[in-house]
Design a protein around this ligand. Structure first.
Ligand code: ATP
Ligand code: MG
Length: 465
């Protein structure tokens, strides 16, 4: 299928020597321009016409080669960010760690990155060149520009380091990504111990891509997963929050969750949940989390919106529930305040691992606080709860609890049914129909009497004499 056009040894301080690209010409790969987003194509052509090298890279190339629909189209070029800005009027430069150009087409953004050098290429006289900044083996700033080869070697996985060159329509492979793609193997480029230390988020990315693509992990890459999770302690909670969303809202949440637990990485993101799941005998909580993830996966598969607050509420429910129940059992307080206190404690601890924006944690609290109310299906509270802006999410959450066997299925069906009825029927269902019934009975008695003129023509109608 592919042809090796040029193989040249290069001197480099990297672990693995770059050998020059293996070039896969247009006739030997399936990527056609018709599959590439029109705005990404525009950016590629404009860069090329301005005399720069321009390639599609990353997940876009990988997914097109696999016959999948890419999530986004990333572009790499030898134009520096400022040069990119000069070419596109609709362009903004962003980022501190990576300086990137965002080209806007209405609401769509095409990301353009300048080729960068790998870590090993940055050192001159034992010091990192300006633009690269290291701390304990971690890259904290990485703005050293380089060649396309260097750019390929500093990427994470070989299957993410394939370039579709707009000037020749060929695919360039510097790191053996095409072979790995064919074999269905996810392999971290270079020495995995070094590359995971440089950026521990790659541990999570390894799981995310393996689950999404259904790929096997290369043994050398896999070896480190259960051993290096502690490195995630040093990653900012904000970055881990973004990554957690990608992990669980990427459409493969169930597989990702199981794989994260298998490699002892889930505990690095959600330690309280892991603790609660490990000590639980009944299996409800695990089933509950899996149900929540499955329903999210199904919604994504059918293009329905998903709310990260709902998913986070599900992921943290078990520690919140256990803590609240312990308080109630001790006689400290009633269930609703107990849930609120537990939410405070669990959220505060979770923020050390993955931050949670305030607007999301507020929704999570509401979903949790409404749960005890859903156990009661009598009286005016039924209407109060149904009028709550978060009722629908709380009800969906309650149904997942029922599916997991934590609350009764009948209760869940009761709430499902009441939502399909009109107000009078709802009142009757909530045990408020009796009053209405009695009144009606009384009225009936009165109308049973011989009718007077007044009875026959109600006041104020046009039928009044
Ligand atoms: P997705 O389908 O999720 O968009 P992707 O492979 O495109 O997958 P992105 O997060 O969009 O992933 O990143 C684009 C590319 O940038 C990757 O394919 C990879 O080449 C490179 N990259 C991203 N994050 C890292 C990282 N932490 N270390 C090294 N390279 C990275
Ligand atoms: Mg991408």
């Amino acid at each position: 299928m592919s042809k090796k056009l040029s193989v040249q040894a290069k001197s480099s301080s990297q672990n693995t020597l770059p050998l020059g690209p293996r070039v896969i010409p247009r006739a030997e790969h399936p990527i056609s321009r018709a599959q590439i987003n029109e705005h990404a194509l525009k950016v590629l052509y404009k860069l090329k016409d301005a005399g720069f090298r321009a390639c599609l890279v990353g997940g876009g190339v990988r997914d097109l080669l696999l016959g999948r629909e890419p999530k986004d189209f990333d572009i790499a070029t030898d134009a520096h960010p400022e040069q990119v800005r000069q070419i596109f009027r609709n362009c903004r430069l962003i980022g501190r760690r990576f300086r990137l150009a965002h080209v806007f087409f209405g609401r769509e953004i095409i990301e353009v990155a300048t080729f960068r050098a790998a870590l090993g290429d940055e050192h001159t006289d034992g010091k990192p060149r300006s633009g690269a900044l290291l701390e304990d083996g971690r890259i904290i700033r990485d703005n050293v520009y380089g060649t396309i080869e260097q750019d390929a070697w500093r990427r994470d996985f070989s299957v993410n380091a394939l370039y579709y060159d707009i000037s020749t329509f060929s695919v360039l492979d510097y790191t053996g990504g095409m072979d790995d793609l064919k074999r269905g193997v996810l392999r971290l480029i270079g020495d995995p111990a070094v590359r995971f230390r440089e950026d521990p988020v790659r541990l999570l990315r390894a799981v995310r891509f393996a689950a999404k693509l259904g790929f096997k992990l290369d043994p050398a890459t896999e070896y480190h997963l259960p051993r290096l999770g502690y490195l995630l302690d040093d990653v900012s909670p904000a970055r881990l929050f973004d990554e957690a969303i990608k992990l669980f809202q990427g459409g493969y949440g169930v597989q990702t969750f199981e794989m994260l637990r298998h490699y002892d990485l889930f505990c690095c993101l959600f330690p309280q949940t892991e603790e609660a799941l490990t000590h639980e005998e009944h299996g409800f909580p695990l089933t509950f989390v899996v149900h929540a993830l499955r329903s999210t996966d199904e919604r994504i598969a059918t293009n329905k919106p998903v709310n990260p607050a709902f998913l986070y509420a599900a992921l943290l429910w078990e520690p919140v529930r256990l803590m609240a129940e312990a308080r109630v059992t001790k006689g400290d307080c009633a269930i609703v305040p107990a849930l609120q206190l537990a939410a405070d404690a669990v959220l505060a601890r979770q923020m050390h691992c993955t931050s949670i924006p305030r607007h999301l944690s507020n929704i999570m609290r509401e979903i949790w606080s409404l749960q005890p109310g859903l156990l009661i299906c009598k009286g005016p509270k039924v209407f109060k709860i149904m009028a709550h802006p978060r009722f629908r999410a709380a009800y969906d959450f309650f149904c997942l609890r029922a599916q997991a066997g934590e609350v009764s299925e009948e209760l869940c069906q009761w709430w499902t049914q009441i939502q399909t009825l009109n107000e009078a029927e709802q009142k009757r269902m909530a045990g408020l129909g009796d009053n209405t019934g009695k009144k009606r009975k009384k009225r009936k008695k009165r109308t049973a009497k011989p009718k007077t003129q007044q009875d026959q023509a109600p006041q104020g109608t046009s039928h009044a004499p």
